[in-house]
Design a protein around this ligand. Structure first.
Ligand code: GDD
Ligand code: MG
Length: 370
């Protein structure tokens, strides 16, 4: 069985983290999210996958190649221009041979794929859409079904007054390839606003598969942080790659941790990272590889990628740092701030309240302070 993973979106809601890194390549606990997805497929015996790429396609090729490193056969297929979710699958239709899983490339879930496949087969479905309950369906595709699960209505990003259920499209589909006869070739075409409404009209069997599995769309800064939080507190099954050195503290490879540093798990520390004298790191926090966190820093609820230098006395709380940044002495980065890549932040700055700093930004000393 094959899978198609849709990874061509630009990840606009996650900018500036996605300026240089496509959303599915963002690190999730120091491992590209897409790798985690592929390994999950492999665990289910799905060893061949097609990545429908578009934005920053070379990043996928460089990181994944033909997939052999992960024990998978991978086809990385680039659209000449964005074709939309269904148009992207139409573009790789020649590679499909029978029932196929299709995944949005930004969904963290431990959905039972075998149970979904059984459901699809038992009903003779042509399209099965996984469903998940959410608090606010306006951000998603609302799916109404009858008692047997047959889809009666699909409404992408519904208005408040149109909400009749809290079940939404969870971004995993099972399809029979014949359904792509309804998708026009070489065009921008969406599952959500195109194919699903069409299938409702043609009457081909289309079912919704509800599940209470763990589910988050990582496509927004807060959900990107939340998903780390959930993994670290054990809300979702996750295999930590590092060695456990203390109560919910994992180190990947070798790290140098000063004897006076205080680490309160859950915390993951990447290979080659140094934690200086008197620094406090409080979980849930993930620190990438080759970071240098200098004396007397306070770090709490942070996701930081590789190669960051955090100077003496800096405070980082509830924020995301990309890679290769320098945060100057006594600076504060807090409250949902995002610093992307290769930024130089001088001393005594206060970056707060969801501020977003674009790649390569240089801020002098006391440039932003309150
Ligand atoms: N190849 C390719 N080409 N991929 C694309 C394109 C494209 O033109 N456009 C989007 N994608 C990929 C994105 O990379 C992402 O993995 C997936 O398709 C979904 O796109 P998003 O932009 O993340 O959509 P969304 O989150 O607003 O809504 C979708 O997901 C929700 C669940 O998370 C819809 O499917 C909703 O109905 C659904 O509820
Ligand atoms: Mg999404």
């Amino acid at each position: 069985m094959k899978a198609v993973i849709l990874v061509g979106g630009q990840g606009t809601r996650l900018r500036p983290l996605t300026c240089r890194t496509p959303k599915p390549m963002l690190p999730l606990v120091n491992q590209p999210f897409i790798e985690w997805m592929l390994l999950r497929l492999r665990d289910y015996g799905i060893r061949e996958a097609i990545l429908a790429v578009q934005y920053l396609a070379d990043r996928f090729r460089a990181a994944l190649g033909d997939g052999s490193r992960l024990g998978m056969k991978l086809h990385i297929i680039e659209e000449p221009e964005p074709r939309g979710t269904a148009g992207a699958v139409k573009h790789v239709e020649h590679l499909l041979d029978g029932t196929t899983f299709i995944f949005n490339g930004d969904v963290m879930t431990d959905l039972d794929l075998q149970a979904m496949l059984d459901f699809h087969r038992e009903r003779g479905s042509k399209v099965t859409i996984s469903l998940t309950p959410v608090d606010d369906p306006t951000q998603f595709g609302l799916v109404e079904t009858d008692r047997d699960g047959r889809v009666r209505r699909f409404l992408e990003k519904p208005r408040l007054e149109d909400i009749t259920t809290n079940l939404v499209n969870a971004g995993t589909y099972l399809i029979e390839p014949e359904i792509f006869r309804y998708v026009p070739p070489n065009q921008f075409y969406m599952f959500e606003r195109g194919l699903f409404p069409v299938v409702l009209q043609t009457g081909d069997p289309m079912y919704g598969f509800p599940s209470r599995a763990y589910w988050t769309d990582i496509g927004k800064p807060q959900t990107y942080l939340d998903v780390h939080h959930d993994i670290l507190i054990g809300k979702v099954q996750y295999h930590f790659r590092g060695q456990q050195i203390g109560e919910r503290i994992w180190v990947e490879g070798e790290a140098e941790i000063h004897s006076s540093a205080q680490i309160v798990g859950p915390v993951v520390i990447g290979h080659g990272t140094r934690i200086g004298r008197g620094t406090r790191i409080i979980g849930p926090t993930v620190i990438g590889s080759h970071c240098d966190i200098g004396p007397e820093c306070q770090i709490e609820g942070v996701v930081m990628w590789d190669g960051n230098v955090i100077e003496e006395g800096a405070t980082l709380r509830n924020c995301v740092l990309g890679s290769g940044n320098r945060i100057g002495e006594r600076s504060h980065v807090t409250d949902g701030a995002i610093i992307s890549d290769e930024c130089q932040i001088g001393q005594d700055n206060r970056l707060e309240r969801g501020i977003r700093i674009w790649p390569g930004t240089a801020l002098g000393d006391r440039a932003i302070s309150f």
